[in-house]
Write a protein that binds this ligand. Structure first.
Ligand SMILES: Cc1cc2nc3c(=O)[nH]c(=O)nc-3n(C[C@H](O)[C@H](O)[C@H](O)COP(=O)(O)O)c2cc1C
Length: 315
């Protein structure tokens, strides 16, 4: 296995985990500026890429400053995964970036969303070991970039350990383990033991623990219980991207109202470079006031905001 950008990042590696509807280019860059080492895209349909669907192709747009960036794919057909990988190779190469701009391709084996799972993709695929093996092989065979996997602690009949044991011979580089089973959904403690066992099984590959990492104390606990090389942060950084910095510096930060305002405006400014108004960003913005004294008053205002000046005036 050739050494990848993953192996060059100082541990613990802090990743922005993939979140459909949230990890767009603006938020990814904001998270990189806030201390994330690597950022994941939203999940991207291989069928959409193969049909050159413009909306799907647009999901591959990025700003060079975001790199290292990992584009996450979902689908079911190994051949389509191979084609989608070739498309990504071409698009990234067309940016003509320096070789120090790093990319990765990630494969989604953890998504429980009905629109994904009903077609046998995402978490449903984790049950199908042979097919999963074929998909990972197809992508590894075609990708110019390191390949990573995103899995759950377990699905119906297959544990994360069984899954990794089945596919560990392939030359993928990293895995993010959402330490909750499919049955647990998005609540409850993560299974640190299974992540620890996976790390022992694949000592040369990168293992990231994911699930419920919302503060500094949890971070330290999970790192020591799992022996993981790093962490994937998802809901914990929506409205609190500075959590990356806190973990990096290993100390709690007091975020002043001015600092919060600066971060919010930065995200809005980036978002407006790609979108006509702030309406789709409202779902992010309301999170910045969670737990604040004026949360409900701010929420009322935020859910009506459309333009940058309006946002500035209410902050
Ligand atoms: C709104 C939302 C969208 C998500 N979209 C994806 C996705 O596109 N691909 C994926 O692998 N996981 C996705 N996830 C799962 C997260 O990456 C992560 O595994 C999960 O939220 C657990 O981490 P957390 O407890 O820190 O939020 C999503 C989660 C949420 C809340």
């Amino acid at each position: 296995m050739t050494k990848s950008f993953w192996h060059q990042i100082k541990k613990p590696i802090l990743a922005l985990a993939p979140m459909a509807g949230y990890t767009d280019s603006a938020f990814r860059l904001l998270c990189r500026e806030s201390g994330a080492d690597v950022v994941y895209s939203e999940m991207i349909s291989v069928d959409g890429l193969c049909h050159t669907n413009q909306k799907t192709l647009d999901m591959l747009k990025f700003r060079p400053q975001e790199t290292p960036i990992v584009f996450q794919l979902f689908g079911t057909d190994p051949k389509k995964f191979a084609t989608a990988t070739t498309i990504i190779n071409k698009i990234i190469t067309s940016y003509k970036l320096p070789i120090t701009s790093y990319f990765g391709i990630d494969l989604n084996f953890g998504c429980p969303a009905p629109k994904v799972a009903k077609n046998g993709a995402g978490a449903a695929l984790m049950n199908e070991l042979e097919k999963s093996h074929q998909i990972i092989k197809a992508v590894c065979d075609h990708s110019q970039f390191p390949v990573s996997l995103k899995i759950r602690a377990g699905v119906k009949n297959v544990t994360a350990f069984d899954f990794i044991n089945k596919v560990k011979d392939l030359p993928w580089t990293a895995v993010m383990v959402h330490g909750r089973t499919l049955k647990q959904g998005f609540v409850g403690d993560i299974d640190c033991q299974i992540i620890k066992e996976i790390k022992k099984l694949i000592p040369d590959k990168i293992v990231l623990a994911n699930g419920g990492i919302n503060n500094l104390v949890t971070t330290q606990k999970i790192l020591s219980k799992t022996n993981a090389d790093g962490l994937g942060l998802a809901r914990g950084v929506i409205g609190s991207p500075w959590l990356f910095k806190e973990i990096k510096q290993n100390k709690s930060l007091t975020i002043s109202a001015t600092a919060r305002r600066k971060v919010i405006l930065r995200q809005a400014e980036l978002f407006l470079e790609d979108n006509p108004n702030l309406i789709p960003l409202r779902k992010h913005l309301v999170h910045y006031f969670k737990g604040q004294k004026n949360a409900s008053e701010m929420r009322q205002k935020i859910i009506q905001v459309t333009a940058f000046t309006e946002l500035k005036n209410i902050l």
